[in-house]
Design a protein around this ligand. Sequence first.
Ligand SMILES: Cc1cc2nc3c(=O)[nH]c(=O)nc-3n(C[C@H](O)[C@H](O)[C@H](O)COP(=O)(O)O)c2cc1C
Length: 180
Amino acid sequence: MNALIAYHSDYGNTKKMAEAIAAGMKASQTDISIQLKSAEHTTLNDLSDADVIVFGTPVHMGSMAWPLKKLIDQAGKLWMDGSLEGKVAGVFASGGGFGGAGGGVEQTMVSLYSNFLEHGMLVIGFPKSLPGYADGGLQWGPYGRSANHQGMPSQISDASLVAARSYGAHLAETTARIIR
Ligand SMILES: Cc1cc2nc3c(=O)[nH]c(=O)nc-3n(C[C@H](O)[C@H](O)[C@H](O)COP(=O)(O)O)c2cc1C
């Protein structure tokens, strides 16, 4: 089975989450080949070849970063012929989160799911029973908060990387069951 993790990251937080998701997939009890790519370097063939596609983004002004949106708009061509139908999808995000209410992360993740659903894909959220959920989980997927209490840049926590890792394993194992 083929997995594609496509993400954007300016300062490395979302990239760390992408790598943790890949590590979780690799550690899963599945036969999986993983492509980890920046959104800019992701091609439409990469999307067509994957059984499971995971998109990750920092929150930028309450929504996704433009390089990921550019990829999504380019992939409109794949909507025409339905080539992503039936594939599995997941999402993750990192954000400053200043103010305690997420700074737009949920809207960002839901809009990624909205795109996947438009393609007829099967979306897989993040069950609360998985490791890391309490600190780095949302029902949509793992979330790393990178700002401190003054709203200044800090780093995402190790706990959010635990969440990303367990989500990666969950996506791999769920996809394996679906495409069997
Ligand atoms: C242009 C810009 C806009 C941002 N807007 C938001 C926002 O609306 N909400 C939020 O929670 N964080 C916002 N942030 C903070 C980033 O989402 C956060 O620092 C994230 O962890 C960066 O991820 P990266 O290290 O992968 O680039 C913004 C950062 C930038 C550069």
